[in-house]
Design a protein around this ligand. Structure first.
Ligand code: SF4
Ligand code: SF4
Ligand code: SF4
Length: 231
């Protein structure tokens, strides 16, 4: 390939991978016709289209978990129990080309999805985690739709003693992003003082978050638990 050809490909190769909807196949980009049916089908407005600056990826769907995670088409009732909204994950059912594989909306099935059905996988940084460092929080654990499968209350190598020590089991995490979304270890929580209203739970953790970020120094990757895309 000529030097010019390599240069033309460089922006595509350098663009960081994005989080795709559940069920995105390996050849997703070739199959997706940018019809927007998956976006329309999502009851939570989780899916967004990439802009024209995304080149070959323009208008294809992606997930930004810090803004809106994937709820796996479940709704939590006042009794704290999650119930499926549909028989199949709605975006996967709406896709007309099979770019998204149709996935049964059953938590037992979801937790055992093979690699190609995953959105991504979460990584938890213990040194930035309020539960590991201060014995508080646990929002990621309690809100994980696959709690006790994907998000465990402690890693298998740690003798269980005392408080919660959240740990992501990569064999079951589907990368829905709920843990990202609820984790309070974020810059805006550390920065916020009286002028910026915080939710009750954020206000509760603000001083501890400032403490952790002060220890970590600049360049810490936030929040404490983050979904990384499939590569
Ligand atoms: S699985 Fe359901 S909540 Fe998640 S992106 Fe698809 S339609 Fe939205
Ligand atoms: S991304 Fe987080 S919330 Fe979602 S399944 Fe994995 S551990 Fe659970
Ligand atoms: S939500 Fe964040 S700070 Fe809280 S326990 Fe989970 S990773 Fe730790």
């Amino acid at each position: 390939m000529t030097g010019l050809g390599l240069l033309a490909l460089a922006p595509l190769r350098l663009r960081p991978p994005v989080l795709r909807p559940p069920g995105a196949r390996e050849d997703f980009l070739a199959r997706c016709i940018r019809c927007g049916k998956c976006l329309e089908a999502c009851p939570y407005d989780t899916l967004r289209p990439l802009g024209i600056t995304a080149g070959a990826n323009a208008h294809t769907p992606y997930i930004e978990p810090l803004t809106t995670p994937c709820y796996l088409c479940h709704e939590r009732g006042p009794d704290g129990v999650d119930r499926p909204l549909s028989k199949f994950l709605r975006c996967t059912e709406a896709c007309p080309t099979g770019a998204l594989r149709k996935i049964e909306n059953d938590k037992e099935v979801l937790a055992t999805l093979p690699e190609e059905l995953r959105i991504g996988v979460s990584v938890l940084q213990e040194e930035l985690c309020l539960a590991w460092q201060f014995d508080v929080c646990g929002e990621c654990y309690y809100n994980c739709p696959l709690k006790d499968k994907a998000m465990m209350d402690s890693p298998p190598y740690l003798a269980k003693e005392g408080g919660l020590r959240p740990w992501v089991n990569p064999k079951h995490c589907v990368g829905c992003g709920m843990c990202n979304y609820v984790c309070p270890v974020r810059e805006e929580v550390a920065q916020a003082r009286m002028q910026a209203p915080l939710s009750l739970y954020e206000a509760r953790y603000a001083s501890m978050v400032r403490n952790l970020l002060g220890r970590a120094g600049p360049g810490a990757k936030l929040p404490a638990v983050r979904v990384l895309p499939r590569t």
